[in-house]
Design a protein around this ligand. Structure first.
Ligand code: ATR
Length: 278
């Protein structure tokens, strides 16, 4: 078989990787579009990561998604890094170029924004400050994309204040750190509210932020998608806010990789959401 008529292979690398929804997402698109191709979960240790990445193109892989704990480490191994991956400080989408070089990109911020734009077309990130809770890896992608989208100010809070301050130093003067115990205050006048902590997830602690200061014109979104409607989203909805769940971010962040590797546009539909939720 020549390289050109090889069946394209892609997959997700992590450790553990069994929980990843990516195989289900990619296989659904491959089936719906009638494309030849396979998408494989690969549990790879940190010690084996670089050797695995160097060998995958030789086996017919066109690219891979990367998940915990390798998202930062792959940046060092890549031959080319997109601006947004460099800014976020991690990569989730690696494309193997024809000459075997590795191109690292991060589509988390894209997924975050695209989910909001498609689900809430009336939302305008420029219309007012954003309030972001959390300062982990997910928050980095959220901050970079909100700045990119023109949010005039970003109020950031985190249980561990020093992590929020480190992000503010990196992302510039638009980012203002607020104290975690006063998180409710930063909702006053916010146009966009984002939970980028793991609080609210099934089995994790509750996110306790009073929403009294929140205007009903605000858009509220949660990166947690299990449950789909977190207590934060339920409360915000009862006030009258537009709410967007976090499942869409997971689905939209996968679309650029699919298009690059398999050559067709992947659609995020209600059917796909139902498949992933089942
Ligand atoms: P991710 O890549 O999903 O962002 P992470 O880097 O582990 O994961 O970040 C998890 C986020 O949830 C952090 O903002 C974390 O706050 P700390 O930096 O103080 O750890 C937040 N988080 C997790 N458990 C929390 C809790 N019980 N109370 C408050 N914040 C919590």
């Amino acid at each position: 078989m020549t390289a050109s008529n090889r069946i394209p292979l892609a997959g997700v690398i992590g450790s553990p990787v069994a929980h990843s929804k990516s195989p289900l997402i990619f296989r659904t698109w491959l089936r719906q579009l009638g494309l030849r191709g396979y998408y494989i979960p690969m549990d790879v240790s940190s010690a084996d990561l670089e050797a695995a990445l160097r060998n995958l193109p030789k086996l017919g892989f066109v690219g891979v998604n990367v998940t915990i704990p390798h998202k930062e480490a792959v940046l060092q191994m890549a031959d080319q890094v997109s601006d947004r991956a460099a800014l976020i400080g991690s990569a989730n989408t690696l494309t193997f170029l024809d000459d075997g070089r590795i191109y690292a990109d991060n589509t988390d911020g894209y997924g975050f924004l695209e989910n909001l734009r498609q689900t809430a077309p009336g939302w305008d990130p420029k219309s007012g400050p954003a309030a972001v809770l959390g300062a982990g890896g997910a928050a980095r992608a959220v901050l970079s994309s909100l700045i990119d989208a023109g949010a005039p100010e970003i109020r950031l809070t985190n249980r561990t204040r020093s992590r929020a301050e480190a992000l503010a130093r990196e992302f510039g003067t638009k980012v203002r750190v607020q104290d975690w115990v006063q998180a409710g205050n930063m909702l006053d006048g916010a146009a966009t509210v984002v939970n980028a902590t793991s609080l609210g997830m099934t089995g994790k602690g509750e996110l306790r932020v009073p929403l009294d200061a929140l205007a009903k014109t605000a858009l509220v979104t949660d990166l947690v998608y299990a449950p789909l409607e977190t207590p934060l989203l339920a409360q915000a909805r009862s006030i009258g806010c537009t709410t967007v769940d976090g499942l869409g971010m997971l689905l939209y962040q996968a679309t650029p990789g699919f298009e690059r590797w398999f050559g067709m546009k992947a659609e995020v539909t209600e059917d796909l959401r139902a498949v992933v939720l089942r």
